[in-house]
Each structure stands twice: as structure tokens, then as C-alpha cells.
Design a protein around this ligand. Structure first.
Ligand code: 5GP
Ligand code: ZN
Length: 113
């Protein structure tokens, strides 16, 4: 399967991991939109949030726990940060392997563009 995030998760494309365990990896976004911009991805290939099933519930919780850990480590937890998962084209999803964006370190406007 030609999926760039599977290749990052399995080490085929070398990337410095901010965090790794059996279920997820996290790394800095190549095109950061804020001083802190990490991506938390499952090692398992799941194309979009619509493809999640009940068996993935713990995995999704673990992705959020990982995002919290990164936010604390990068000192944006108390200031405020945003977790975003885009789904399909109009939301701007460009990589079809789910990923949780962790954005912080500047004032994040709402609503998003
Ligand atoms: P999406 O638009 O699907 O929500 O987010 C995809 C994100 O992945 C983008 O922010 C983009 O900059 C990032 N990205 C795409 N390819 C790579 C890559 O090869 N390495 C890293 N570190 N980030 C990537
Ligand atoms: Zn994948």
C-alpha cells in the first residue's frame, strides 16, 4: 500500500519521532502552522475517521492521551492548544491515514478557515 504515513510509522521513511509506542507514533508536521504542530498517528492504517469502528475506541482515546502528553511537554497545555482531525476533502484532509494535529504556541482563531 502506498501510504506515506504507514511508511513513516514503520520506519521506511525516516522521521524523528516525538513519541512512539506499540499503537501510535507522533512527529513534527513538515509544514507547521503554529510553533507547536505535531501529528499523532496510529500504526494501523485507517483512511479516515469514518472508517473507525468500535474496536478502535481505545486507540482513539490513546491518540488523545498522546496529544495531551505532547502539549504538556511542549508547554502549551495551560496556554491552550487545539487537536484537529480533518475528514475528507472539504475539511482539507490530504493524507488518507488518520492523524490528530496538535497545534499550539500562538493564538488560534475560531472559527477556523
Ligand atoms: P491533513 O491536511 O491531511 O489534515 O494533514 C496532513 C498533514 O501532514 C499536513 O499538515 C502536512 O504538512 C503533513 N505532512 C504530509 N506529508 C508529510 C511528511 O512526509 N512528513 C511530515 N512530517 N508531515 C507531512
Ligand atoms: Zn497508512
Amino acid at each position: 500500500m502506498d501510504c506515506i504515513f504507514c511508511k513513516i510509522a514503520n520506519g521506511e521513511i525516516p522521521v524523528r519521532f516525538v513519541y512512539e509506542d506499540d499503537l501510535v507514533v507522533a512527529f513534527d508536521d513538515a509544514n507547521p502552522q503554529a510553533p507547536v504542530h505535531c501529528l499523532v498517528i496510529p500504526k494501523k492504517h485507517i483512511p479516515t475517521s469514518l472508517d473507525l469502528d468500535a474496536a478502535d475506541n481505545a486507540l482513539i482515546g490513546h491518540m488523545f492521551q498522546t496529544a495531551n502528553k505532547i502539549a504538556r511537554e511542549r508547554n502549551v497545555a495551560d496556554r491552550g492548544f487545539r487537536m484537529v482531525m480533518n475528514c475528507n476533502r472539504e475539511a482539507g484532509q490530504s493524507v488518507f491515514h488518520i492523524h490528530l494535529h496538535v497545534l499550539g504556541g500562538r493564538l488560534l482563531e475560531w472559527p477556523p478557515g
